[in-house]
Write a protein that binds this ligand. Structure first.
Ligand SMILES: [Zn+2]
Length: 185
């Protein structure tokens, strides 16, 4: 009984640590447009898929907000999607940006959207290199996804290139995520 209580306290403590460590820039903070439609995304998903945007890199919050708006405009106006495609994005300013967010299905990997969350690094990681702060922000975001129940604790991590014919998420970022514990060949 005491053991159970201690483990519950530890879980709450770890959750608070993750929540506090993670500073997600919300849609209202970056000035997102309203989606034209939303599709619910279930909990307990088996996959996390990592992308890059292939556009410009940003290393200040002002520049990353510009990129967020430009990516959302491209996805909605040129591609005709309901919203920015990814669930979350990672800026070179080391901040996590809310895309479609939790429990809204993304448009990031055909046939995989309903069973994964999609996280995209802003920039082209064939040339750009992920910083250690971007890497730890992404790991914190994934930990939060597990704590929330959005993804299964035994989730599998893939780069987009493993599920579609694409170079995404770029050579440098792909080489990095291959070292993460839940990545599978
Ligand atoms: Zn991709």
């Amino acid at each position: 009984m005491i053991y159970i209580m201690q483990s519950q306290i530890l879980t709450v403590f770890l959750y608070l640590n993750v929540v506090q460590a993670l500073n997600i820039t919300s849609r209202s903070q970056w000035g997102a447009r309203t989606p034209t439609h939303k599709t619910a995304l279930a909990n307990g998903l088996p996959y996390v898929i990592i992308h890059h945007t292939t556009g410009s890199y940003c290393d200040t919050q002002a520049d990353c907000i510009k990129q967020m708006k430009s990516i959302q405009n491209y996805h909605m106006d040129s591609l005709g999607w309901d919203d920015i495609g990814y669930n979350f994005l990672i800026g070179g300013d080391d901040h996590v940006y809310e895309g479609r967010g939790w429990n809204n299905m993304g448009a990031h990997a055909a046939k995989w959207n309903e069973k994964s969350i999609g996280i995209s690094f802003i920039g082209n990681y064939n040339n750009d290199k992920p910083t250690s702060a971007q890497i730890s922000a992404t790991k914190d975001l994934i930990a939060q996804a597990v704590f929330r129940g959005q993804i299964d604790p035994n989730y599998i991590l893939y780069g987009h290139r493993q599920v579609s014919s694409t170079e995404c998420p770029g050579h440098n970022l792909y080489a990095e995520i291959m070292k993460w514990p839940n990545w599978k060949a």
